[in-house]
Every structure is written in structure tokens, then in C-alpha cells.
Design a protein. Structure first.
Length: 256
């Protein structure tokens, strides 16, 4: 189980802010918006800045507090509450739009999460989410992780739901009356160097903090670090620093 309050996810999550979920949701002032898996509130705050009535939900208490502080500092009207995708603390048909920037993709039970999203979204509402595509540097790093766990005979966790796959999404959301629109987009990760980026990632990202607890006692982290740096170095687009462009799926769900 990942403790999303561990480390400093905000230092990593800031690089996800350019993802275009909020823009694609085409929010109007006064609309009720849910930012699911809000972290430190990036999408909710962007929605609030557009005049929407934003609520962020996340299971990590520390990140919720960070989001509340950010809203206060910017003078934005946004509410942040603790909650899980499978049991949202919201009333039925209470939001006009849901955005989830690489958030719902970590839900332990995709079916339960989809059912909850359908429950809280109004009949005319929409859901916009982003999910990593199984190609590119991030996909290669996931394979490095999988192989490291396999080498020590440990489970790397259950197979994730294919949030980036149209057929899988249609099977998941179709029973709730949603049609699927799917586009490919790109997001760039930057840093001073591949080594500096990976070291920051391993130190601050809750997922890697959880992995380290399993891999370090087996002496496996040094090899994972070397292989991860090699992946980013091979994909690097900036010879003087680091810039790695990663593809992701931009998914829009609307009821038929």
C-alpha cells in the first residue's frame, strides 16, 4: 500500500500541471468540479481560477493540507477533502465535471472507481482523465521496476487497469452509459540531468519510497537507479540538461 503523504510528491507532481485535462473539460464559471486524486490541488486550483466551484479529493492527509494552504495563499475558493476513488464523499449527481490528472489510474478497484464517478456526475456532465501510455521512457522504467521485483521474488503489485486503452474503458464505463473519446498527448519532464532527475524522483515520489522499502534490503536499488538513469539518458532531448517527452492518453467520457 502506497502512503501518498510520504516524501514530497508536490515536487514531482508539479511537472504534471501542464497536462491538459482542465482545458479539455471546458469549464464554465459556477460549474461544480471534482479533482479526483488531487494531490496538492493542481487541477482543482486551476478550475477555481476559472470560476468553477472546485472540490479536490485525495487519500493523503498531508497533500490535502498542502492543497488547502495553496488555495488560501492564492485566494481561491476550493474545497479539499480526504477520500478514496471507490467511496467518494460526494452526493449523487453533485458535479458537472470530473478531472483526474494521473490520479484515478492508481485506484485499487477500477470498477468501483468508475461506478463512483458515474454516481457523482450529473447526467449531462463529463469526466476527463489522463493516463500514461504503454510506450516511451516511463513505460521502460515500469519494466525496470517489474524486473527488479521479479529478480528478488517479490510481487510488484496487481496488474493495473488499462486506463489508456479504448476497449478497456468502453468495457468499464459503457455499462454506466458513457461514450469514450481518446486522444494522444505529450508531457515533458525536465531537470538538470538524468541523474539529478532520477535521484529526486527516488527520494520524493511516494511510489518509489514504497518500492525502496522492498528493494533496498535486497541490495537491488543501486541497479534500478543505474538502469533508470540509462532509460532517461537514452530518451533525453536536451544534451545540456534533461528533457524527456512522454506520451499519455487524454480521455473524455460523456453519457450517450
Amino acid at each position: 500500500m502506497v502512503d501518498w503523504s510520504a516524501g514530497h510528491y508536490e515536487r514531482v507532481g508539479d511537472q504534471l500541471l501542464p497536462a491538459v485535462a482542465v482545458e479539455r473539460a471546458a469549464l464554465s464559471p459556477g460549474e461544480r468540479v471534482l479533482d479526483l486524486g488531487c494531490g496538492t490541488g493542481g487541477a482543482a486550483l486551476a478550475a477555481a481560477a476559472l470560476g468553477a466551484r472546485a472540490t479536490g479529493v485525495d487519500p493523503a492527509p498531508r497533500l490535502i493540507e498542502e492543497a488547502r494552504a495553496a488555495a488560501a495563499a492564492r485566494g481561491l475558493d476550493a474545497t479539499f477533502v480526504l477520500g478514496e476513488a471507490a467511496a467518494l464523499p460526494l452526493a449523487e449527481a453533485s458535479v458537472d465535471a470530473v478531472v483526474s490528472v494521473f490520479g484515478v489510474v492508481f485506484a485499487a478497484d477500477a470498477r468501483a472507481a468508475a461506478e463512483e464517478l458515474a454516481r457523482v456526475t450529473t447526467p449531462a456532465g463529463r469526466i476527463v482523465l489522463t493516463a500514461w501510455i504503454a510506450s516511451g521512457a516511463l513505460s521502460d522504467v515500469r519494466e525496470v521496476r517489474r524486473e527488479a521485483f521479479a529478480a528478488i521474488g517479490a510481487a510488484a503489485g496487481p496488474a493495473p487497469f488499462a486506463w489508456e486503452d479504448r476497449a478497456a474503458l468502453e468495457g468499464l464505463f459503457g455499462p454506466f452509459g458513457f461514450a469514450v473519446e481518446l486522444e494522444r498527448a505529450e508531457l515533458a519532464f525536465t531537470g538538470p540531468s538524468p541523474e539529478a532527475f532520477v535521484d529526486t524522483w527516488f527520494r520524493d515520489h511516494p511510489l518509489w519510497i514504497a518500492d525502496r522499502a522492498t528493494l533496498e534490503p535486497h541490495g537491488a536499488m543501486a541497479g534500478v537507479r543505474e538502469r533508470t538513469i540509462a532509460v532517461f539518458a537514452a530518451a533525453n532531448e536536451d544534451p545540456r540538461a534533461l528533457r524527456v517527452t512522454s506520451p499519455y492518453a487524454l480521455v473524455t467520457l460523456r453519457r450517450r
